[in-house]
Design a protein around this ligand. Structure first.
Ligand code: TMP
Length: 198
């Protein structure tokens, strides 16, 4: 099973992805947790490049997809083959939201590159943690983030909701304005509905 967490910077998705991972391990599942971009030596280098450089949108798109391709090929696929539950902190929807809608790259192009990078293997379920812009900004205060431009983040936030609306079979929107514990309980409830014993 492949599970991804999505949301704007400051939505709390990394915290929830980690909590789910720890919960699954405690429950006796074989699971892994990866961040995209990152989680292989090469992908971490690409991540560092992306986060530390200014670049045009197309170059950035290719770097995100390269990092993803490496992660999928060397970590995600082998793990799934072993029967593990794989949790991803960000995945394809980030690129659609940030590069497609945010940086206005043609959505068809983004979709094709996403498809190539993941070799067609979409997540079984995606949690979109939805917070107000103000909440997210408060949470990321003082932290290093790539996108502090307000209009940009607003575009990405709106885009995520649109993407969720268009992928109702896969993406579950979770209100992440509530406490961390309440968000986590909601994640578990959705997974139980999917037949996972957690
Ligand atoms: P993270 O800090 O949540 O791991 O993400 C790093 C930054 O990269 C974050 O601001 C979102 C951005 N990003 C994209 O713009 N496109 C992508 O495809 C991914 C995966 C992340």
């Amino acid at each position: 099973m492949l599970i991804s967490f999505e949301g704007i910077d400051g939505s709390g998705k990394s915290t929830q992805a980690r909590r789910l991972y720890e919960h699954l391990i405690k429950a006796g599942y074989n699971a892994s947790l990866y961040r995209d971009p990152g989680s292989t030596e090469l992908a971490e280098k690409i991540r560092e490049l992306i986060l530390s450089s200014q670049m045009d949108a197309t170059t950035e798109l290719f770097l995100f997809e390269s990092a993803r391709s490496h992660l999928v090929w060397y970590r995600v696929f082998p793990d799934l083959k072993e029967g593990k539950i794989v949790i991803l902190d960000r995945f394809i929807d980030s690129t659609t939201a940030y590069q497609g809608y945010g940086r206005e790259i043609n959505l068809g192009t983004v979709s094709i590159l996403n498809h190539i990078a993941i070799r067609g293997k979409k997540p079984d379920i995606t949690f979109l943690l939805n917070v107000k812009l103000e909440t997210a900004l408060n949470r990321i205060k003082g932290k290093r983030t790539r996108f502090e431009d307000l209009d940009y983040l607003r575009k990405v936030r709106d885009a995520y909701l649109l993407i969720a609306h268009e992928n109702k079979d896969r993406i579950v929107v979770i209100d992440a304005e509530v406490s961390e514990e309440e968000v986590f309980q909601e994640v578990l409830r959705v997974l139980r509905n999917k037949g996972l014993r957690v």
